[in-house]
Design a protein around this ligand. Structure first.
Ligand code: ADP
Ligand code: MG
Ligand code: MG
Length: 213
């Protein structure tokens, strides 16, 4: 079971890679409005390194937690930028939480998502409303945990949480950034969603069928 879930984690990253590559220029354009324009490039560098590290760890016989940890370390190392550090640390925390043993139960998966979110808010110190990736991440984690605890099947809970994250990312268009590089040009950012929230919602949406099948 542990090898099967490790392979699914690697496949989740493969799926995210395709999505991020497709969105690279759009994410860069969004980041260029008030930030420095490198969010698409940084996400591509991060996911490419994560996919390579996950494939290597999987080939070496690693379990799911170690596959995700290796992917996170590579992402943080190669992406550059604020979002890369946070994505990398979040993936490592997710891996440490779900561990190497078996496919996680619903509750263990929800705890893993919470660990991902907690690592990112601890490191980045952003709150909901600051116009960052946290504006999509906390609604995702909260919705997933709530639905799981009320007995919703994992895949449906993940899909609904991802839809919540997507709406929340779109809703950041009306906010002014209070964290990160976009803060000095906060007024210019009005009307455009946060790039990091947008990419996070996209990645969590596409990963669902792998983590939550
Ligand atoms: P950089 O800003 O270093 O160029 P990126 O462009 O890759 O890095 O990422 C920008 C995104 O990072 C923002 O859109 C926002 O979602 C996210 N971000 C910035 N600061 C923080 C923070 N303190 N906590 C969480 N997310 C943040
Ligand atoms: Mg940037
Ligand atoms: Mg940058």
């Amino acid at each position: 079971a542990s090898r099967e879930y490790a392979a699914r984690c690697a496949a989740a990253l493969d799926a995210a890679q395709e999505t991020i590559h497709d969105a690279e220029s759009r994410l860069g354009d969004m980041d260029a409005i008030a930030g420095d324009g490198d969010h698409g490039r940084g996400m591509v560098r991060g996911i490419d390194a994560a996919v390579a590290a996950a494939a290597k760890a999987l080939g070496d016989g690693a379990g799911a937690g170690d596959v995700l940890g290796a992917a996170g370390d590579a992402w943080a190392d190669k992406a550059g930028g604020t979002s890369g550090v946070l994505w990398g640390a979040g993936l490592r925390a997710f891996g440490e939480s779900i561990g190497n043993e078996d496919a996680p139960s619903q509750e263990e998966l929800a705890a893993g998502v919470t660990a991902f979110a907690t690592r990112i808010t601890t490191l980045g110190k952003a709150e909901v409303g600051d116009k960052t990736m946290v504006d999509a991440l906390l609604p995702f984690a909260g919705t997933f945990a709530k639905l799981v605890s009320s007995g919703t099947a994992t895949e449906a809970a993940w899909a609904e949480a991802a839809a919540t994250a997507t709406s929340a990312a779109e809703a950041t268009a009306s906010l002014r950034p209070l964290k990160g590089r976009a803060r000095p040009l906060a007024e210019k950012s009005l009307g455009t969603p946060d790039p990091g929230a947008t990419s996070l919602a996209m990645v969590f949406t596409v990963m669902g069928p792998y983590f939550a099948a």
